[in-house]
Every structure is written in structure tokens, then in C-alpha cells.
Design a protein around this ligand. Sequence first.
Ligand code: TXD
Length: 320
Amino acid sequence: SSSFPTCSQFRVSIVGSGNVGSALAQRVAEKNLADVVLLDVVRGRPQGLALDLMEARGVERHDRHIFGTNDYLDTANSDVIVITAGLPRKPGMSRDDLLLTNAKIVRDVVKQAIAHSPHAVIIVVTNPLDVMTHLAWAVSELPPHQVMGMAGVLDSARFQTFIAMELNVSVSDINATVLGGHGDLMVPLPRYSTVNGIPITELLPETTIDKLIERTRNGGAEIVELMQTGSAFYAPASSACAMVEAILYNKSRLLPIAAYLQGEYGLNEVFIGVPCRLGCGGIEKIIELNLTESELTALHTSAKSIRENIDRANQLLAAT
Ligand code: TXD
């Protein structure tokens, strides 16, 4: 008899089969990275999306399986779990309402998902990102390097895009670095943003850089404003996919990720965007850059706001 091992494939489960979840499923499968399980509370939606993606396989020519479900049993033994479940902010909904609603959802879905995949690495996408990542980590009881938030890759990609457009150069020659929380208080670092190694501070006047930074900060809002219903999902899915790939294929990529800090940058017990080395076990190393006084102040201001929101979320959760 054959002594071949049973075939095993990487498995990525995506909790929340909305815009980001479904675009991510497509990228992961069509880049041939892993089999994908799409899960949602809505009956039929993940099943329909999965069947649609399966039917594209003959044209796209790949053999990855995409499976849709409402049952966490089907997510068992996932290598990576991506959490995109949540509600967008609706008219009349306060920031607190959204915070509480998504906090409940994220805690619930992480608890259920991790029960079936106790060794998975978790990537959180749901907003408010840094706060949801913290709650996910707390309920998962995983070591902090196995839980992280996706935001910095997206924010950096947006900054890259605007730099490329401004300089009229290929975006593939551009590296941009954005640290801090995902939102108004993100911390773009122009001196660490380069065109083939040349800092953009050598190529663009400060006033132009400031405009590009402002546009990056408002990147999400700019798209919401245009689309009216729903928010960005292609670039967010690409960004999450890059993280999934780095983990599954142990690429040791250096990416900005919302990671749990324990003393780095003078910050403790908070998830915030910093450069990390990402490989098969999750976050392998947190890179501590030498920041200027004002960059460090901006990072601390961002951390303070994240901490306030975590406290607020815990208060709201305790009161229900
Ligand atoms: O940079 C980033 N981190 C972000 C974050 C970039 C883009 C989107 N960002 C946030 O991700 C966004 O503010 C949302 O909080 C999430 C997901 O965004 P998406 O655009 O995909 O939202 P959708 O289309 O509304 O999808 C959410 C899905 C939807 O199908 C719900 O039915 C489902 O989540 N949902 C659930 N699934 C499973 N379990 C529960 N409890 C649940 N509740 C809702």
C-alpha cells in the first residue's frame, strides 16, 4: 500500500461573508493559496458565494475548494481565521452603538471559531480595528503573537497609491509606511516612505506630502462618500490576503500590523499598528523604529484613543 501521507491543504476560514469577506475568499482561492471556508450568520449567502466561486474555477483554472456555511464545525482546523463580521455604521447609530454591537459580534465569533481551530492565527478586520483586535485576543486566550489586526497594510497601500499618482511613477517602486491606529490618528511616516529607496521628502515639497497624508487619513471616508452604500473592500481584501499569504507560506514579510505591544515604543498592553515580521507562527518580531519626538507623540496619542475605546467597549459590554 502507498505510504503517501493524506493530502492536507491550508485552510483559511473567513468569518463574515460580506464585501471584504467575499473579495478575500476570491483572492485567496484564485491566488491558489488555500482552501477557503466562508461563514456568515445570514443563511444561504456564504453557500451561494462559495458555489459561485467554485463555478469560476474551470475558467480560472485552479483546484482550491471554497465552502460556504453557517456552522463553525465546518471551519475546524483552520490555519488562519479572518474576522470581518460586523455591522457598518448606519444612519442614526451612534459610535457607541456600533462599538457595542461589533464588540458583541467579534467576541462571539472568535469564541466559536477558536473552539474548532485552537492553533489558528487570527486576523481581525472588523472596525473599530484596534479595539476589535484587542477584544478578539482577550476572548481567544491565544498568545498575543497569534492575534493581529489588518489596517496598516491598507493604509500604507493607500499612501503608496497617492504618492505614485502625485509623482507619476509606477506604484511598484513605492514603499510607504503608516503606523498607529486605523482612523483619524494614523501616523504616516514620510521619511520612511520611498521611491526605490529615495525618501519622498527628497522628491516632494512638505505641503504636497501633507496633502497626500490627509488623503490617506481620509482614504476610507473618501470611498464611502463616493459609494454611499458600503465601504472599500477590494484594497482591504488585498491587504488581508498579503497577510494570509505571509503566514501560510512563512514569508517573514515586514508589514505594518496592529500588534500587541509590551513595552515597545514605550507602550504597554495595547494593539496598535507597528512594523512586524510576519511568518507562519504569526508575529515573529516587532520592529522598533527610531521615531522623532513628534512621531512618537502621535503614536502615543493614537494609543491613548484606542485605550479609551477599549475601556468604553468593556464598560458597555459589562452593562448589557
Ligand atoms: O482596514 C480595515 N481594517 C478595514 C475594516 C477595511 C475595510 C472594512 N473594515 C471593516 O470590516 C468594516 O468597517 C466592517 O466592520 C468590516 C467588514 O466590512 P464589509 O464591507 O465586508 O462589511 P459587510 O459587507 O457589511 O459584511 C459584514 C458581514 C455581513 O455579511 C454580516 O451578515 C456578517 O458580517 N455578520 C456576521 N457573520 C457572522 N457572525 C456574526 N455574528 C455576524 N454579524 C454580522
